[in-house]
Design a protein around this ligand. Structure first.
Ligand code: SF4
Length: 349
């Protein structure tokens, strides 16, 4: 006979009840041995069957119906030496995108932005710097001060800074960083079509350093870049076979930016995004699945379908790095209309 256990979700620390005869700190559905065929079968089944399964997993592990609001600020914009074909910030496309390079923001400016985000309801503050890798010195010291300041506000702090050494990851961990964002973007096989200035293995190595430093991993991908459905399955397989799973999984639809090599890609069908969200929810039951770039192009109904399929985090605020984002008041109204709640700020460290 199965026993009712009190299980703590390691991500939001909230207790939940679950029927399980297994370990109390592990979701029974948690697996790290997905095959690409299994994931492809999951993604390709009738949409409502897929959503039904995802909904069941979501209700079991996220029964509080809380939506995390994460605000994202570009702390150093443009002139990135990497050549990610979707990115407005790459120096490789600066002539055609016309994006102006900006230097690293002041710590006080960033913390002022974080405070405004918190006052507007965000519980997580994400900071992105358009760097290939972190270089030790004044700029990195400033980022460490930003992390400490955001944590002192009682918010989760996440940064994305490019590749890290182990010593740099350890310093971020010591500063109290909650999570490090480093997306895999797509499948290992398709990756070379999107980025040529680093390898998939480089990404995986930085993720391993982040994990070793005791920092949560935020890692996801983008659809709509010309990849196949098997490529999407391989991305999800790679994410779910990381052990432990990334605590946060951003699912992005390409925002085709004028002047980038992917400017002419057709828009992503919203139901393809729903499928990705649902499969991510099933494969990584405890993770936060974040509906990220491309949400602005979704109708209210498509967003609700993503929430139904297991998305429980959104980027919130007027900007997503250099792209426009949904209106904050509309987001709060949508969350209320869906009967969800907003996740409260975390306790101060
Ligand atoms: S590393 Fe980041 S900022 Fe740089 S080009 Fe790629 S996505 Fe853009």
């Amino acid at each position: 006979m199965s026993e009712t256990l009190k299980i703590t979700n390691p991500i939001n620390g909230k207790a939940r009840q679950a029927e399980s005869a297994g370990e109390p700190d592990r979701a029974p559905e948690t697996r790290h041995d997905w095959t690409s065929e299994e994931v492809l079968d999951l993604l390709s089944q009738p949409l409502l069957d897929l959503v039904d399964q995802a909904r069941a997993v979501h209700r079991r592990y996220h029964s509080d119906g809380a939506m995390q609001l994460a605000s994202l600020l570009s702390i150093k914009t443009g002139a990135c030496p990497e050549d990610c074909k979707y990115c407005a910030q790459s120096a490789h496309y600066a002539k055609t995108t016309g994006l102006k390079r900006e230097t690293l923001l002041d710590v006080d400016d960033v913390l002022e932005n974080a405070k405004r985000a918190k006052d507007a309801g965000a519980s997580r503050f994400c900071m992105g710097a358009a760097w290939r890798e972190v270089k030790d010195g004044q700029a990195f010291d400033s980022v460490l001060a930003m992390v400490k300041g955001v944590r002192a506000l009682g918010m989760e702090a996440c940064v994305t800074l490019g590749m890290l050494t182990q010593a740099q990851a350890d310093r971020l961990g010591e500063a109290g960083l909650t999570a490090y964002n480093h997306n895999l973007d797509t499948s290992p096989e398709f990756y070379g079509e999107i980025v040529t200035t680093r390898t998939y293995q480089d990404r995986l190595e930085t993720l391993a350093r982040v994990r070793k430093a005791g920092i949560q991993v935020c890692c996801g991908g983008i659809i709509g870049m010309g990849e196949t459905v098997p490529d999407r399955a391989r991305l999800l397989q790679t994410l779910a076979n990381l052990n432990p799973h990334p605590e946060s999984v951003p699912i992005n639809a390409l925002v085709a930016v004028a002047g980038t090599p992917l400017a002419d890609r057709p828009p992503v069908d919203a139901l393809e995004l729903v499928r990705m969200v649902a499969a991510a929810r099933i494969m990584m039951p405890l993770s936060r699945v974040r509906l990220s770039a491309g949400r602005r192009e979704l109708s209210k109904e498509a967003q609700i379908l993503c929430f139904l399929a297991g998305a429980n985090s959104i980027f919130y605020g007027d900007k997503l790095l250099t792209a426009a984002n949904n209106d904050a008041a509309d987001d709060l109204a949508l969350i209320a209309e869906a009967g969800l709640s907003v996740e409260p700020p975390c306790p101060k460290p």
